[in-house]
Ligand binder design. Structure first.
Ligand code: HEC
Ligand code: HEC
Length: 300
């Protein structure tokens, strides 16, 4: 409710709600058929098959009372809970409040499970089956949406099981990545290089990765690469973890291995974002997750 762009909406919604409730009451009373007197029941005037008439019996009392009760419930509910424009309700209940309460309760119950591992070094935890089980559970909850349930990633979302790291694979760096997040910034080069230029540099990138390419294109591409790309990807194309610039000479491709994708990356740029998790998960969980991720890359 705090999202209303103007306080006028609060009044609009509150007034329409109250008028609707009042109108419901008016409707039921205004249309209420009177009690029949002397056994004579009124008719609505609808008639079928010559003598089949629709009678206008009063509503059963229980039904009528139930209707009043629902309207009364509406008023009580809107007094106690949020719902009437931006009025918060006299109980002060809110979704956010309830969520925070539940999270606090869950943290109180589960934190000791994670705190237990907080004192151990990450490499030691990476050999500790209990720690890895806890880390794996955390990973399935918080990380699989992007990195996949097997942690092998997807185009744009790095594979965490291999040896290729954008930002570095030592325990402290992994922990930094999870805590503070990362933002890769690969500029778009189409404007500077033109379509042929992109094709040529892409050919050179593929040559760096050990593929057979058109040598003429690659030679032209190398000239541009040495001017425009070495600042981040290094002269030999092996990348720079301080900038999250990937190694272009290996077989691991963040965005896909096809010539088409490589050209697209160079032409339009890429901006992969790993969101920060430190504040949200807390130190103990991040520590365990770092150990889990570290253990994955050691497996293979
Ligand atoms: C919203 C999607 C998203 C979620 C959720 C997410 N990640 Fe990431 N993660 C990314 C992206 C995208 C990158 C690559 C960033 C870049 O392009 O530089 C990344 C990068 C990483 C890296 C660095 C990999 C490298 O090669 O240096 C690690 C480690 C990592 N994530 C671990 C995790 C863990 C652990 C979690 C769960 C707590 C997690 N991520 C949750 C999207 C996500
Ligand atoms: C300012 C630093 C910077 C410069 C300059 C730069 N890149 Fe990048 N490049 C990056 C980063 C960072 C990424 C990873 C993007 C991400 O994480 O989303 C990247 C990604 C790539 C990829 C994708 C690799 C993969 O695994 O999918 C290719 C290909 C690439 N760059 C080629 C080039 C070429 C060719 C040039 C020169 C024309 C160039 N880059 C210039 C920083 C740079």
């Amino acid at each position: 409710m705090a999202d209303f762009v103007s306080p006028g909406w609060h009044w609009f919604i509150a007034i329409v709600t109250v008028i609707s409730l009042a109108a419901c009451l008016w409707l039921i009373f205004a249309n209420r058929a009177g009690k029949s007197t002397g056994g004579k029941v009124g008719v609505t005037g609808h008639k079928w098959d010559e003598d089949l008439e629709e009678l206008n019996n009063p509503l059963p009392r229980w039904w009528f009372n139930l209707f009043l009760l629902t309207v009364f419930f509406g008023f009580v509910y809107l007094t106690l809970y949020p719902g009437l424009g931006s009025f918060a309700g006299v109980l002060g209940w809110s979704q956010t409040g309830q969520y925070e309460q539940e999270i606090a309760a869950a943290n109180a119950a589960y934190d000791p499970l994670f705190e237990r591992f907080a004192g151990s070094e990450i490499p030691a935890l990476a050999d500790d089956a209990d720690a890895l089980r806890a880390g794996e559970r955390l990973f399935s909850t918080y990380c699989t949406t992007c990195h996949g349930s097997d942690a092998r990633g997807a185009p744009g979302f790095p594979n965490l099981r291999d040896d290729a790291w954008l930002w570095g694979g030592d325990p402290e760096t992994i922990k930094q990545t999870i805590t503070n997040g990362r933002a890769g910034a690969m500029p778009a080069w189409e404007a500077a290089l033109g379509e042929d230029g992109v094709r040529n540099v892409a050919a050179y990138v593929e040559k760096l990765a050990g593929r057979e390419v058109d040598e003429e294109w690659a030679a032209l591409g190398k000239e541009k690469f040495d001017m425009m790309c070495v600042a981040c990807h290094q002269a030999d194309g092996t990348g720079n973890p301080a900038l999250g610039a990937p190694n272009l000479t290996d077989d691991a491709w963040l965005y896909g291995a096809s010539t088409h994708t490589i050209r697209e990356t160079i032409a339009s740029g890429r901006n992969g974002v790993m969101p920060p998790h430190g504040e949200f998960l807390g130190e103990a969980k991040v520590h365990l997750l770092a150990a889990y991720v570290y253990s994955l890359s050691k497996d293979e």
